[in-house]
Design a protein around this ligand. Sequence first.
Ligand SMILES: [Zn+2]
Length: 415
Amino acid sequence: MDAITIKWIVVGVLGFNFLIDKWLSMLNDRHERGVVPPELDGLYSPEERLKSLNYHDELKKLGNWSGLVSLVLTLVVIFSGALGSLEHWIGQYTDSTIFITLGFFAAITIISDVISLPFDWYGTFTIEQKYGFNKMTPKTFWLDKAKGYALGGLLSGGLLAGLVAFLENYGTSYWYVFWLILVGFLFLMNILYPTVIMPLFNKFTPLEAGVLRSSIERYSASVDFPLQNIFVMDGSKRSTKANAFFAGLGKFKRLVLFDTLIEELEEEEIVGVFAHEVGHFKKGHIYQGFIIGAMQMGLMVFLFSWMVTNPLFTEAMGGSGYSIGINLLVFGLLFSPLNLILGFFANLLSRKNEYEADAYAASTASGSALIEALKKISTKSLSGLNPHPYFVALHYSHPPLLYRIRAIQEETVKQ
Ligand SMILES: [Zn+2]
């Protein structure tokens, strides 16, 4: 294979991703506009349904434009050989491969962020604002960006420098050693994420005493779940959309309820959502996620070790010799079809886990309260009620509302 062939394969992959994306979103759009399943009939008033369809239509159009701009610019970059020139330019200032690679990725990150900025801004301050979801101020928007840069620079920069130093000292045959280092990093991130990183962006307060806490305490005692790790997060700082989630491993784990969830749901419904999250913990989904993440990293590091020192990938992008930075970018592009397949299985497993957590909640708390909670969360965020099965298979980490309701009802009948 030569550099020209590789260039065209990359272009083919980009086109394939773009077309698959457009095709799925078209299928889904048509399906969403079809007849609402009878069980969900009446969940939206005709005006709300129209509002939901319009909301998703606007998001889709924004996505189409940003996807198109990104595709065109990526093609321009590929055919102009700009990546090779960029690296050559940085190489004039330093001889260190570590600094060249860091500088290269810093430039790529900043450029792509500047390009996506207008789309992010429009999505938040025009679309989300228009439908009453946005609570973010421009100040929070910029602060999030600054913190994201600082954190991303520190973590990705550290990992990247580690990768280059490792390659320079040990070559590619010890790829599994680097993989083990990455697994250690993943483990550390699981501890730091809930305790250090999330608090940089949001305020976490232990759930305060009151009727809700008493109900949750009663439930927690009944299923033997430690209560000291339950926090309320000021989700209302950014959006009116409600949520709850579990983060962290071992004693660093945290169960987080959004303040918006507490505001909108009845006490019994919140206990239902809480029970669902406890279900994820009790069924071992958190550790399962960690193990799968580690395996996926292993596959990526192994495949990357095959191509990182191959000059053909660098030449395909207009560079010379082999560049770790360029090859890493090309790897990311070439890996994306495989990612689509991995994503399919990851979402399949995730949806199975959601059913399990729902079943756990239905058997230990109240299934009907959980159903009410899910209906409220979906309608308040103008969720689509009728997604296309293909779209669900590839993109949905949670089963569509209708299927969750049916499964919870079946579980409740079994009791
Ligand atoms: Zn869940």
